[in-house]
Design a binder for this molecule. Sequence first.
Ligand code: WQD
Length: 335
Amino acid sequence: MKVLVTGGLGYIGSHTVVELLNDNYEVVVIDNLYNSNIGVVDKIKTITGKEFGFYQEDVCNLEALEKIFSENKIDAVIHFAGYKAVGESVKKPIMYYENNIVSTLHLCQKMIEHGCMNLIFSSSATVYGDPERLPITEDCRVGGTTNPYGTSKLMIEQMLKDIVVANPDFHVIALRYFNPIGAHTSGLIGEVPNGIPNNLMPYIVRVASGELEILSIFGDDYDTPDGTGVRDYIHVVDLAKGHLKALEKITNFNGMHFYNLGTGVGYSVLDLVKAFERVNGVKVPYKIVERRPGDIASCYSDPSLAYKDLDWKAEYGLDEMMRDSYNFILKYNDK
Ligand code: WQD
């Protein structure tokens, strides 16, 4: 089976390509290197010992997509490519909506033209907004998104629903990620955000490695056990394996299906700081500052539907996530 992975050199994409190659899939990657670098190609080949196709192109580019689908008999697509920085999306809404939505529309157009009828879409728990209940199940209300990034994911889910209605043989699985962290145990691939990290884990590892001075914890007055924000952190390798399970099952389902990919366990910011210090034997200096606008108190999944339908559940615990995150940054800084 030949799989096209858009954004396949990115954080989650590269980990998924590794798992696909390890599972003997044929892989073709399209990536414009906006949030990744060409060196990841060799790292994936080093980890897996396998070759794969690569096109340095933009998924918005119809001619590039036509070339890829003409040169390769693609059986399924895993669509990661998209801008994903919440803060940046607030400052640059046109760029976010245009890129994330147009790329998906062009991709679906070319898929259907070429008879490639299986799409796995990289969605996000952000589509739930401030969740109506916890733990979050897939039938929870969606909407109330607070930034163009999250709203673009919600809009794309709706577009895909309409495309499936018009094309009953087009199968879509939308995977709603919670908070992906960690890295491949080799330390060769991981999350390399451009500039100052917005997300918690990349910030913690850079404080621990001495690159940044101190972690600012955005508020300790939330209605949570220790007052700091609670999230459902999931190891990126678990997340990657969830895509392979979706790939195995996608032709069994008609229409469009949604699955939460989380552990079902919520950890606070302070839980992560303490776990990181314990596992890695380093200090993470921090200070409590005011809340970050748009943050919610708690967000964690009920992942049981993915277990029931896809035979998938997260295997890695918090300690492995802390260990692998630090291992990556130490190797990355050493290169
Ligand atoms: C986690 C917790 C912060 C940084 C975002 C996106 C979401 C998804 C995952 C793509 C919160 C606190 C953070 C810091 C802190 N991405 N924090 N100091 O906001 O849950 O989700 O990333 O799909 O779409 O919205 O993740 O890592 O930014 O924050 O105290 O320097 O850590 O307040 O409680 P978030 P995060």
